[in-house]
Design a protein around this ligand. Structure first.
Ligand code: WTA
Length: 715
């Protein structure tokens, strides 16, 4: 095994004056990314290699570019189709690709029904409640089938939902969440799951955008030892949707404990219904899975982009399911006897692809954990792993950093054995990677660092776990059938081993890529394809590279290192936050004239937002305004967006045309060189702000308006 190379300290100072000369127009996530040096490889064990799903180089060669797009039939063949496709890829409406055209299938059938013949008594989910004295419950494939059918009958006959309708689901990590998603898929209803920790207002806006008439909620859940009453968010969501001219007719509320009233919030007669009461009428009913067109939308997932409004990424049924089934099989390496635990929230794309659709399509057993990783202490994940004999584990760098900080020796106390682990969602520091490998993985587990996005449906870059060594800090080579390229701003290719960073793009379409942005096809083209497209009329996929908005470097060995976002998106604890969203929220506070949000490097969460505000003339700066800004952000978005600091400044650094120079603010907050500021309209303000921020930030008073919650506690 390779020895761990010497650690270099990644302070912001590494951003030398020389680097600052090549400064880009804006300082973004990619530019504040730490500059790690090349790391040595780590190798998978012989035992892992001997049993791996992806060990045959012949399969890898099938995905050579010359076999594109037919190579993806390999993935489609993992599914049961009601009707086979007649064309693998149709590019006639570029870049609105169509995959497996003419094919018909049902996603719920593929995830549930087809496993009954052989595996009906196998656990599909093992649900672990957060309170440790509450026993885990097992949901077998047979039980899942029953519950999904009853739910589908209720959604169809009680809620009046039909094929093509959208429904918004705002639920925590309880089994009823995937049950509801699968019930939707069964009857062709497009689900839009909103992360449970988002505010009612955020849910209402998304519900309105998707045109949902029905909301599905849970009464509450446990989070960090506390009962969270969630029902009230439904009332806020309904009111918010109404303001956007969208009427919500019904709100269906699952109870965390069926038969027991836990929420203290009143029910609205004729609108709100408890599922445990309604579903009794559908006991034992079955609903035939609707045979869907491969291109029928399966779900929407809203994510932050460069504008204030989150966008609904629309994913297709056939291509998406094929892509997540294939990547789950070959990269998550799930075998029939494995116990797989992805410690993400289903409210994010990771949960959709790698807790629900991918693992269930393969008939896997997967763990659903309700709570935060460190409750009641940092040993909890390892106790769960030991107790349930989990052997495949999947989490984010933020969770790893946090568990390491809270209990670096905890894993050693527990007798579990992982063969495989995943890291996803943000760049992982080599040092953190090595702790994950040595302590959590006990040097037995292989690790895949998977780079991808809400838009991409599944993995884009990752090592093939048995075939390619790990390199701490680098996601690795492209996934099967993915052909990336890095270009600079002038469309010049940034070559392997050049030591330079650029914009990573994917040259070809793949089945997991989103279909469009719900209701906004122009934005879809503009945001993801316009940048490097030279022939807007072309129907050749080669003219339509996908622009990922991530900075990356390519090493001589073909490994990609992802540096972070190059747009106005901040990756907070692996979750996307649009700076414009937060700024729009700030500007609703009447005293505020201007707001700018920038990312700062955080030891645990990777990045956190810092807010700069300038007040309207005559408004005195005080703590009350800071508090107001925080509560407004939490109400409009959720606790996840809570800023680490709020700086009230006399004015913003601006260009002569009046544009706020966020890069200058980001540089100050991160103690970095501000670069050339001579072109500013008000260069003097920079020194004033620096003094205000850096002078103050040394003292403990600047440690945020309140304690900043760790990953998993953002609710
Ligand atoms: C970042 C999460 C480095 C990246 C699946 C991307 C990563 C954004 C990695 C998407 C990784 C994701 N290494 N950065 N392994 N995985 N990212 O849509 O900046 O929530 O653009 O999807 O997370 O976040 P999203």
């Amino acid at each position: 095994m390779a020895t761990a190379p010497k650690k270099i300290k990644a302070t912001p100072k590494h951003q030398s004056k020389k680097a600052a000369k090549h400064k880009p127009a804006e300082l973004n996530e990619a530019q504040i990314a730490v500059h790690w040096k090349e790391e040595q490889y780590l190798y998978p064990s012989k035992e892992f290699i001997a049993q791996a799903n992806l060990s045959d180089k012949k399969l890898v060669r099938k995905f050579d570019e010359k076999n594109f797009p037919d190579c993806f039939v390999e993935y489609a063949n993992l599914l049961d189709w009601d009707h086979k496709w007649n064309k693998v890829l149709d590019t006639s409406h570029a870049p609105f690709w169509k995959w497996f055209v003419g094919g018909k299938l049902n996603a719920c059938y593929n995830c549930v029904d087809r496993h009954l013949a052989k595996h009906k008594n196998k656990a599909a989910f093992i649900f672990v409640p957060e309170p440790e004295n509450e026993a885990a419950t097992v949901i077998t494939y047979q039980e899942l089938y029953k519950r999904v059918n009853e739910t589908a009958a209720m959604l169809r006959d009680f809620a009046g939902l039909k094929n093509g309708d959208r429904v918004t689901i705002h639920m925590p990590m309880i089994p009823e969440l995937p049950i509801t998603m699968l019930a939707c898929a069964r009857i062709g209803v497009v689900h839009s799951v909103v992360f449970g920790g988002f505010s009612g207002e955020a849910c209402g806006l998304r519900a309105a955008d998707s045109g949902s008439r029905v909301l599905i909620y849970a009464d509450g859940y446990y989070r960090n030892g506390k009962w969270i009453d969630h029902k009230g968010n439904a009332d806020i969501a309904v009111a918010t949707a109404k303001k956007e001219c969208q009427d919500i007719e019904k709100v269906l509320i699952w109870k965390r404990y069926p038969g027991k009233r836990m929420s203290e919030v009143a029910m609205v007669a004729g609108r709100d219904f408890f599922v445990d009461e309604v579903i009794k009428d559908y006991a034992g009913q079955t609903v035939a899975p609707v045979s869907q067109d491969a291109e029928a939308p399966l779900f929407l997932m809203y994510t932050s982009g460069t504008t204030g409004k989150p966008k609904g990424c629309q994913h297709r049924t056939g291509g998406y399911l094929a892509y997540v089934a294939g990547t789950t099989k070959y990269y998550q390496d799930i075998h029939p006897d494995d116990v797989y635990w992805c410690m993400a929230d289903i409210g994010w794309i990771t949960g959709h692809s790698y807790i629900v659709y991918g693992p269930l399509a393969l008939g896997a057993t997967s763990v659903l954990y309700e709570g935060v990783p460190q409750f009641p202490d940092a040993g909890r994940p390892w106790r769960i792993a030991e107790r349930l004999d989990v052997n495949i584990f999947h989490t984010s760098p933020t969770a790893i950093r946090m568990l390491r900080k809270a209990g670096a020796d905890e894993p050693k106390k527990y007798n579990y054995h992982f063969k495989h682990m995943t890291t996803v969602g943000e760049p992982i520091e080599p040092e953190v990677f090595r702790w994950y490998h040595e302590v959590v993985g006990k040097r037995e587990a292989v690790i895949v660092d998977t780079w991808w996005q809400t838009e991409t449906g599944g993995f884009l870059c990752t090592t093939k776990p048995a075939l390619e060594p790990m390199k701490p800090g680098s996601a690795g080579p492209p996934a099967l059938g993915i052909y990336p390229v890095i270009w600079d701003e002038n469309s010049e290719e940034v070559k392997a081993g050049s030591g330079r960073a650029g914009n990573i793009c994917i040259r070809n379409p793949w089945p997991g890529i989103m279909q469009t942005i719900w209701g906004d096809p122009e934005r879809f083209v503009r945001q993801y394809y316009a940048k490097y497209n030279k022939h807007p009329k072309s129907k050749d996929w080669r003219d339509w590279p996908y622009y990922a908005a991530d900075g990356a470097m390519l090493a001589a060995d073909g490994y990609y290192r992802i540096l972070g976002r190059v747009d106005d998106v901040i990756n907070v604890a692996g979750h996307r936050l649009g700076t414009k969203e937060v700024e729009s929220a700030c500007l609703t506070v009447p005293e505020i004239a201007e707001a700018a949000v920038v990312p700062i490097v955080d030891e645990v969460k990777g990045r956190v937002p810092v807010v700069y505000i300038a007040l309207k003339p005559g408004v005195p700066a005080n703590k009350a305004i800071q508090d107001k800004v925080i509560s407004t952000i939490e109400t409009m978005i959720g606790k996840i967006a809570r800023p680490k600091m709020i700086h009230i400044v006399p004015d913003m650094p601006k260009t002569r045309s009046g544009k706020i120079m966020r890069r200058v603010l980001a540089a100050i907050s991160n103690h970095m060189d501000t670069g050339d500021i001579t072109t500013l309209a008000n260069p003097d303000i920079v020194e004033q702000i620096r003094e205000l921020v850096q002078g103050r930030s040394r003292g403990p008073v600047q440690e945020g308006p309140e304690d900043i919650k760790m990953f998993g506690e953002e609710r």
